[in-house]
Design a protein around this ligand. Sequence first.
Ligand SMILES: NC(=O)c1ccc[n+]([C@@H]2O[C@H](COP(=O)([O-])OP(=O)(O)OC[C@H]3O[C@@H](n4cnc5c(N)ncnc54)[C@H](O)[C@@H]3O)[C@@H](O)[C@H]2O)c1
Ligand SMILES: O=CCCC(=O)O
Length: 492
Amino acid sequence: MPRPILQREELIRDGAYINGQWIREASEYFEVIDPASNEVIAKLPDQNVSAVNDAIDAAYDSFQSYKNTTPRQRATWLRKLHSLMIENAQDLGQILTWENGKALSDAVGEIRYGASYFEWYAEEAPRAYGAVIQPGNSSNRAFTLKQPVGVCGLICPWNFPSAMITRKAAAALAAGCTVVVRPDAQTPLSALALALLVEEAGFPKGAFNLVLADKHTPEVGLALCESPKVRKISFTGSTNIGKLLMRQSSSTMKKLSFELGGNAPFIVFEDADLEHAVDQAIASKFRGLGQTCVCANRVYVQDSIVEKFANLMADKVRKFVIGHGLNEDTTHGCMINSKAILKVEEHKRDAIEKGAKVVLEGGPLKELGPHFYSPVILTDVPQSAKVSKEETFGPLCPIFSFKTAEEVVSYANDTNVGLGSYVFSRDINTIYTVSEALETGMVSCNTGLFTDSAIPFGGVKESGFGREGSLYGIDDYMVIKVITIGGLPKKI
Ligand SMILES: NC(=O)c1ccc[n+]([C@@H]2O[C@H](COP(=O)([O-])OP(=O)(O)OC[C@H]3O[C@@H](n4cnc5c(N)ncnc54)[C@H](O)[C@@H]3O)[C@@H](O)[C@H]2O)c1
Ligand SMILES: O=CCCC(=O)O
């Protein structure tokens, strides 16, 4: 598959973006590959601590004036950035597919979704209200201000190379914070294209900085966590790395947001609309080939409908067109790398060894390339299978059966993480009581696709804390200051 043909070739950048400058020079470079063709598509600077410190200094200097811009001014830049993303959605989508492997329609969808955070936070920026308080002392009055926390380090993953950056950066920039973004080394091109649009939207120099690191990632992460100039770290990725960043940030007592791994249960009761539940399970499970943190990881189906459910799902999944994401007819692209495929294989083998039955065999599609993998569907998966405890992050759909609501809630909650969950039923009492009992930050009822800039995205337990998007997301980038005025005369 050749290089994508873009309307604006300049969206493909070859350097980091620090203090309004594009930086190509470095002592080392790393390669970015198209996971579908396995060809090298870019060579970018592998930056070290000195470069990240330059980015932190730029963000810190810029913050001194950016924090005093009016929310209306920030909203104007954010709105402009939203429009630029929408105008360039086809080009941005192609770049995203090229480096991540997802189908082009999904990639363009991600660009629109990512852009929506800039629109949303353009609207939220002027609405960061404080409160007026009457303290216990009658001669005092108090009021609160919400102020930007300061420079923010945003460490982002490969599965949404654009949207996971925009939903952090939009809230931060709206709040009056400046940012240093570190995209994943497998998918930096979408982030760099975004940086060009940030520049075109007119944000002040140093408000948005982007560092590139592959081999140097741990030291770049450490520098962001330990710098006293950085007041907040927001991270999306695995729970293990989240814990490491939390430990590293303790010496400077940073504000933190973590959006970590999930293990989403997808629960289908026998009274659900079966065809709809199957379609939505497919949409949730195989979105990005299972590589999203809210993908169904465990599908629980009430025992009376398991067979029908699994067979219908297999019939529909057989119709997937798997191929290079840039091919027009592709519905599903490839996995990000070989390690991701090994995890799917390991969970599949383990479940089968423990008694699971194969409904759809799936497996590697070597003729298409090393990272292509066709979906697997299993039934009779025992609770002891690895997949019931660990997130597969790939196209393996394990179907477990259950008898009662109490039983399925106890299975669903038997995990150390709690990000998304799904409930399908026509009975409002079931929907309500099960949703209330599930230990996850987000419950999606009778739909498999729920994410939106308007909803608070985030988890409980070891899925992390903090919320992205919605009316709450901006608070993650602000601190509350109370101002008390004393010595007032007696009330008239
Ligand atoms: N919540 C999500 O959206 C999400 C996204 C990607 C991965 N994951 C989870 O993580 C698992 C593995 O994927 P992964 O290997 O990409 O996740 P990971 O946590 O290892 O990596 C996530 C990001 O953190 C970076 N990183 C790694 N070590 C770092 C360090 N010491 N300092 C700073 N940054 C560091 C990585 O380069 C990557 O950009 C998946 O199976 C899934 O469970 C979750
Ligand atoms: O993978 C995490 C994000 C998923 C989403 O925002 O829909």
